[in-house]
Design a protein around this ligand. Sequence first.
Ligand SMILES: Cc1cc2nc3c(=O)[nH]c(=O)nc-3n(C[C@H](O)[C@H](O)[C@H](O)COP(=O)(O)O)c2cc1C
Length: 256
Amino acid sequence: MIRIFSIVCSCAGRDGATARFSDMAAGMITERAAETGETVEYECITADTVNLSFCRSCNNCFNKGGCPLDNVDDMAKIKEKLISADVIFFCSPVYIGTMSGFAKSLMDRITYYSHRFEFAGKTAVVLVTTSNNHGNATVNDIKKMLQFMGASVAYAGCAYRNGGEPNIYLPDQMAPELYRLAESVLESLNSPEKYIEKWQEQSFMYRNKMNKVAKKFSEIVGIQLTDEMRVCIERGHGNYKTLTDYVLSMKSGEKE
Ligand SMILES: Cc1cc2nc3c(=O)[nH]c(=O)nc-3n(C[C@H](O)[C@H](O)[C@H](O)COP(=O)(O)O)c2cc1C
C-alpha cells in the first residue's frame, strides 16, 4: 500500500483550488497504481483545520531535538504523518508572489529536518495554485526546501485559475500533467535515487564532513554533540559516500 499524506497550506480548505489539485493528483496516482494491483491510502489536511504556531527561534530542534511548541499546537500530529508517509504532497497557493504564510511557518518548524536529511528516501510532490503569476518561483522555493530535507521530489508543478496553463478547472488541460505526475511518483517509489539532484549530494557530503569533525572534537574536549549531529551519526550517514548510497541502503533494508 502506498501512503500519501497531503498538507494543503490554504485556509480555503477542501473546497479551495489547492486542495482540488491535491485530490486530482491523488486520484490519478490511485488509478495508475491500481493497474499493477497496488492500493493507495490518501490523507489530506488543510490549513483551516490546523493550529500552527510560529517558530520562536529557540534553536531547541537543532540542539536538543524536538520543539517545545509541539506540545501546544498540532505540529506533533503533522510531523508524525509526514514521517510515516511514503509520499508527501506539499501544497500551497501563491500569496503575493510566494508560498502562503502557513506554508512558510510549517517549513520554519521543520527546518531542522534539513540538517538530518529526515526525508531521505521519501518521495515528495509540490503542488501550487495561483491566479496568474509567480507559480514557478513558488514551486521552486518549496521544491528546494524539501530537497534540502533529503526528499526525492518526483514532481513539482503549478496549476492556474486564470492566466496560465494548465487551468485547474479544465480537465483536458490537467490530464496530461496529472498523468506525468503519477508516472514520476510511481517511478520514484521504486527508484527514489533517480530524483536526487547533484546539489543534494554536495549538501549531504558537507554535513557528513562537519559531523565527523564535530565528533572528533567532542571526544577530545568532552563536550556534547548537538542532537542533529547525534542523529546523523547514529543513522550512519557518514558511512555513505553519497545520499544516493544512503537512500539505496534504506531501500535494500526495507526488502530484507
Ligand atoms: C492573500 C492572497 C494573495 C494572492 N496573491 C497572488 C499573487 O501574487 N499572484 C497570483 O497570481 N495570485 C494570487 N492570489 C490568488 C491565489 O494564488 C489563487 O486564487 C489560489 O489558487 C488560491 O488557492 P486556494 O483556493 O487553495 O486558497 C492570491 C490570493 C490571496 C488570497
